[in-house]
Design a protein around this ligand. Structure first.
Ligand code: CUA
Length: 334
């Protein structure tokens, strides 16, 4: 009995020490969304249970090793007990109840993080190797995610190539972006500040650099940024020509597959492309003029360049005027 009391007391002392020890490492970054509150609540409960279980296993183990070790000259057999149904029932029923309670709590907090606000701001997210693009309700696209504070946002996420994963650690929630489907990501930012979205799914050579700024600001600051971006996008597109084309090429992430310096990536380089003679996979050749480039942007698989895979390049959502601007930009790279 004395041993049980001693072990019990040590467990009672060690459990909070382990818990606060884990807490002191600050593994979690600051809490910046309404959803993060439930994730952190669940996390703290789990850590408390883990601290207790760790102590429950380690304390009797180490205690027994020291107190019941074989003494010098002791050649006798150890005491051995008979099977105990009470003990078996105890260590079956208690964990069963605990696991069930934690499963319920997990489902409860998952439900809380998925609550839908009817007035949520909707932003389209396009992920591709290796960048993020955000299209706002006003119609412009940016590589920065700006969000007003204390308003729920729903990101409608699509991938142009492989599986990526949208993750802002301070928001806690993480969601895969899967080619061929649109996945939702709901968050209510609660802290004004600058964060970063990173990709949490190994997606190729530059996966580690798939990072873009996330800026949470007041509604007024957000509105003024939207006005400014809308005006800038309209001015640039109205102007047309190579500069608009260059902006569109950057916005749509064309550089991920088409280099500007002549090097070969997934697709042919843009450098020196305009006016050159291109060998196609069917053995024929074509001159890279306005008509060829326009067709290749609108229908990437109509003519496939020899030595490059077909069916890789996505069909981008571009107007005729935008395609014309892009071709005008390519002309400047000849
Ligand atoms: Cu995209 Cu990793």
């Amino acid at each position: 009995m004395r041993h049980f009391v001693i072990v019990g007391v040590i467990i009672a002392i060690l459990t909070p020490l382990v818990y606060f020890g884990i807490d002191a490492t600050h593994v979690m970054p600051i809490e910046a969304s309404a959803q993060a509150v439930f994730v952190d609540w669940q996390w703290n409960l789990d850590m408390a249970a883990i601290a207790f279980l760790f102590s429950l296993v380690m304390v009797p183990l180490v205690y027994a090793l020291i107190v019941f070790r074989r003494r010098k000259g002791d050649l006798g057999d150890a005491e051995h007990g008979q099977e105990s149904r009470t003990l078996e029932m105890t260590w079956t029923v208690i964990p069963l109840v605990l696991v069930t309670v934690f499963a319920y709590l997990g489902a409860y907090s998952l439900g809380k993080t998925r609550l839908v606000a009817p007035d949520a701001l909707e932003v389209q997210v396009t992920a591709h190797q290796w960048d993020w693009a955000f299209t706002y309700p006003a119609g412009f696209t940016s590589n920065e995610l700006h969000l007003p504070v204390n308003r729920q946002v729903v990101l409608k996420m699509q991938s142009l190539d492989v599986i990526h994963s949208f993750w802002v650690p301070e928001f806690r929630i993480k969601q895969d972006v899967v080619p061929g489907q649109t996945t939702d990501y709901r968050i209510t930012p609660t802290r004004i500040g600058n964060y970063k979205v990173r990709c949490a799914e190994l997606c190729g050579a530059s996966h580690a650099y798939m990072i873009r700024p996330v800026i949470v600001s007041t509604q007024a600051d957000y509105d003024s940024w939207v006005r400014q971006q809308t005006a800038a996008a309209a001015a640039l597109l109205a102007q047309g020509g190579p500069q608009a084309g260059q902006a569109l090429v950057a916005q749509n992430g064309c550089g991920a597959c088409h280099s500007l310096d002549g090097s070969k990536l997934t697709g042919p380089t843009f450098r020196g492309l305009f006016g050159s003679t291109v060998s196609l996979s069917d053995g024929s050749t074509v001159t890279a003029d306005d008509a060829y480039l326009t067709e290749s942007i609108k229908d990437p698989n109509a003519k496939v360049v020899k030595g490059f895979p077909s069916g890789i390049m996505p069909q981008f959502n571009l107007t005729d005027a935008q395609v014309k601007s892009i071709v005008a930009y390519l002309e400047t790279l000849k």
